[in-house]
Write a protein that binds this ligand. Sequence first.
Ligand code: HEC
Length: 159
Amino acid sequence: MRLISRTMLLAAALTLPLAATVQGQSDTPYERHLNARQGYMDVLAFNIGTLGGMARGNIDYDAEAAQTAADNLAAMSGVNTRPFWPEGSDNAALGDATRALPAIWEDPEGFGEAWMAYRTAASDMAEAAGGGLDALRGAMGPLGSSCGSCHEDFRQSDD
Ligand code: HEC
């Protein structure tokens, strides 16, 4: 008896989150994909914010904090985000829910190259960030432009 009721509780516990997930999908098409890729980008912004703040002198340089932010960026650059970008999830199809331009799917090679540039710049930053403010500053330009040039080609601009 005891065993059976435990099994039933476990089954109920496993079913509940699944039901919630399926329900959550009905609102916007690709909602969970948009959440995943925009959340991913927010994590990049958080970490580059720490490094940029130190580079500009708004945050005191701290080797350990700089290294942590840079390591996070390098680790994030190893995430395969391909599943976050299903065909048909561009801003021409979905409107304001996303700023992803159709160019992502029209020029997958260019999009892939932009990821590679970011990966290289993040790894260079991970080599530099803990080694002093000058080293951090030296790696900042290429890292910032790796974000910026992908946004220029593949993300709807603000205006
Ligand atoms: C290979 C292309 C690419 C690279 C590299 C890239 N981004 Fe993005 N980023 C995008 C695209 C495309 C979007 C729009 C996503 C959407 O709205 O669905 C975006 C959106 C964002 C957003 C807005 C997220 C939101 O909540 O809507 C932020 C912030 C951001 N990126 C920061 C960064 C930072 C910081 C870096 C570099 C460390 C970076 N990105 C590197 C393509 C890129």
